[in-house]
Design a protein around this ligand. Structure first.
Ligand SMILES: *Cc1c(COP(=O)(O)O)cnc(C)c1O
Length: 474
C-alpha cells in the first residue's frame, strides 16, 4: 500500500478510503452473487472448520487484511446458503439489500440504543419503526414496543409484562415480592405451541407444573371450546393464555380473536407468539388468518424471518405500556436524563438488554424500500410460492402433502413408511441444491418446507419439486 492513510493505522483510525472495509463489502457482495450456485449446506467437515478457524490463540496479532482473508477462507465451507433463494429450512428469510446495507452502517456507526441520549438517530428510528410496524401488523397504535433479538426474547418480554399485569390485578407487586411471594399463577398454552414459549416461561420462573395444555385441531390450532372449559366462567387465579399466529409445522394460526374474547371474560392476558404468522396481517389477502388478533394483550414477532432483515431482529408489542415498562425498565442514579434526552425513547426501558445494537436502522430500510404494498406483496408471494410447491409435490408419486397450505409452510411426508421418508429426505439434503428440515408431526417424521425469502422465485420452486421428484423415484 503506497498511501498509508488508506489503511487502518496503528491508532485504529481509518484513512479516507479504507481498503479493508471496501474489501469486506466486495467479499460480501461476491458471496451473495454466487450463493444460489453453491451447495446450500456447506461442504466442509466440522474437523475442517476447527482446523481452519481454531488452534491456540496466537500471542501476536496479524494484519487486518490477512485476518479478513483467513476468516473468509476458514469459514467458507461452513457457511449455509440461508441468504440464498433455495434455503427452505426452519423459517428463514434472507436479507433485503437495503436492510443489509443499513445493517452494515449500524455496525459502522456503532450506536448504543440503551438511552436516547446515546444516539438520538437510533432512538427516533426505533420510535418510527415501532409505529410503522404496529400499523402494518394491525397492532393497536397505543401499544408499547421493544426491539429484541428475535421471537424468543419477544416472548420473554411479552410474558414478563403479562406476569406483572395479571399479578398486579390480584394485588401482587411481583417486582417487589418475586414469584416466590406471589401466590398461584396459571399459564394456558396450546399443544402445538413453539418451544420458545416454554423456554420464555422457564426464564420467568414459571415451570411446567404451572402449564395447562389445551389440545389442538388437525392443523395445530388451539381448540377454543377446550380453552373456554379450562378458563371457567369466573376469574380465578391470575392467568396468561399463550396463543400462536403461525405454527412452524403447518403455518396455521390459532383463532386469536375468539381466544382473546374467552380469556378477557375471566380477566386473563393473551400473549400471541406470531414470529412469522403475524405477518399475515400485512397482506390484505391473508389478514383473515389472524382475525381479531388486535384484541390480544401482547404480540411477539420477528423481523429476521418474513421481513427479510439480517439477524438478529425481533419485536414485541404490549397493549399495556405500564406493565411492559414495569417489567423491563432500567433506572439508576447515574442514568441522568437531560431535557432533550427526556423527549427521546430509552430503548432499555422496553427490552431486556441495557446496551444494545441499533437494529432499527435495518428494519427502517426494509420497510422504507418495500413500502406497505411491498410488504403485502412479499408475504402474498411467499404464500403463493408455497401453494405452487404443494401442488407440484402432491403430483409426485409417493409424496404426501399432509395438510392444505394455509400460509408459507408446506408439510410433506415421503410415503409409505418412516424409513423411506428418512432415506429420501437425507438424499435431498445431500444433493445440495435445496435444503429443508425435518420435524415430527402427529408422532411420525415429516419434512417442512418454509418459503420466507425475498429472493425465492417460481423457478426455485420448480427446482425444489424437480429435486424431490428425482429423489422420490430413485
Ligand atoms: C422462529 C419462531 C420462534 C423463535 O424465534 P427466534 O427468532 O428464533 O427467536 C418463536 N415462535 C415461532 C412460532 C417461531 O416460528
Amino acid at each position: 500500500m503506497s498511501d498509508p492513510t488508506d489503511q487502518t493505522d496503528q491508532t485504529g483510525r481509518l484513512g479516507p478510503a479504507d481498503p479493508l472495509l471496501e474489501r469486506a463489502a466486495r467479499l460480501a457482495t461476491a458471496h451473495l452473487r454466487t450463493v444460489a450456485d453453491r451447495p446450500v449446506l456447506g461442504t466442509a467437515s466440522v474437523a475442517d472448520l476447527r482446523h481452519a478457524l481454531g488452534g491456540p490463540l496466537p500471542a501476536v496479532g496479524a494484519p487486518a487484511e490477512q485476518v479478513l482473508d483467513a476468516l473468509v477462507a476458514g469459514a467458507a465451507g461452513g457457511i449455509v446458503g440461508s441468504a440464498g433463494p433455495r434455503y427452505f429450512g426452519f423459517v428463514t428469510g434472507g436479507s433485503l439489500p437495503p436492510a443489509l446495507a443499513a445493517d452494515w452502517l449500524a455496525s459502522a456507526w456503532d450506536q448504543n440504543v440503551a438511552l436516547g441520549v446515546m444516539s438520538p438517530a437510533a432512538a427516533v428510528t426505533e420510535e418510527v419503526v415501532g409505529g410503522w410496524l404496529a400499523d402494518l401488523l394491525g397492532v393497536p397504535p397505543t401499544a408499547s414496543f421493544g426491539l429484541v433479538t428475535g421471537a424468543q426474547m419477544a416472548n420473554v418480554v411479552g410474558l414478563a409484562a403479562a406476569r406483572h399485569h395479571v399479578l398486579a390485578a390480584a394485588g401482587v407487586d411481583v417486582a417487589e415480592v418475586g414469584l416466590a411471594g406471589a401466590g398461584p399463577l396459571r399459564v394456558i398454552v396450546g399443544a402445538e405451541r413453539h418451544t420458545t414459549v416454554d423456554v420464555a416461561l422457564r426464564y420467568l420462573g414459571i415451570g411446567r407444573r404451572q402449564l395447562v395444555v389445551v389440545p389442538a385441531d388437525e392443523a395445530g390450532r388451539m381448540l377454543v371450546d377446550e380453552l373456554a372449559a379450562v378458563l371457567g366462567s369466573e376469574p380465578s387465579v391470575p392467568t396468561i393464555v399463550c396463543a400462536q399466529a403461525g405454527c412452524v409445522n403447518t403455518g396455521a394460526s390459532d383463532p386469536i380473536g375468539a381466544i382473546s374474547d374467552a380469556a378477557h371474560r375471566v380477566g386473563a392476558w393473551v400473549h400471541v407468539d406470531g414470529a412469522f404468522g403475524l405477518w399475515a396481517a400485512a397482506s390484505p389477502r391473508h389478514r383473515h388468518l389472524v382475525d381479531g388478533h388486535e384484541r390480544a394483550d401482547s404480540w411477539a414477532t420477528d423481523a429476521h424471518k418474513w421481513l427479510n432483515v439480517p439477524y438478529d431482529a425481533g419485536l414485541v408489542f404490549v397493549a399495556h405500556p405500564e406493565a411492559h415498562r414495569a417489567a423491563m425498565a432500567m433506572s439508576a442514579a447515574y442514568l441522568v436524563r437531560g431535557d432533550e434526552a427526556d423527549a427521546l425513547r430509552d430503548g432499555s426501558d422496553w427490552a431486556p438488554e441495557s446496551s444494545r445494537r441499533a437494529r432499527a436502522f435495518a428494519i427502517w430500510a426494509a420497510l422504507r424500500s418495500l413500502g406497505r404494498d411491498g410488504v403485502a406483496e412479499l408475504v402474498a408471494r411467499c404464500c403463493d410460492l408455497a401453494a405452487q410447491a404443494a401442488e407440484g409435490l402432491a403430483a409426485i408419486d409417493g409424496v404426501e402433502v399432509i395438510l392444505p397450505v394455509e400460509l408459507n409452510q408446506v408439510l410433506v411426508r415421503f410415503a409409505p413408511d418412516d424409513d423411506r421418508h428418512r432415506r429420501i429426505h437425507a438424499a435431498i439434503q445431500a444433493e445440495g441444491t435445496v435444503w429443508f428440515g425435518g420435524t415430527v408431526w402427529q408422532g411420525r417424521p415429516a419434512a417442512r418446507i418454509s418459503i420466507s425469502g425475498w429472493a425465492t422465485t417460481g423457478d426455485d420452486i420448480d427446482a425444489l419439486v424437480d429435486i424431490v421428484r428425482r429423489a422420490a423415484s430413485a
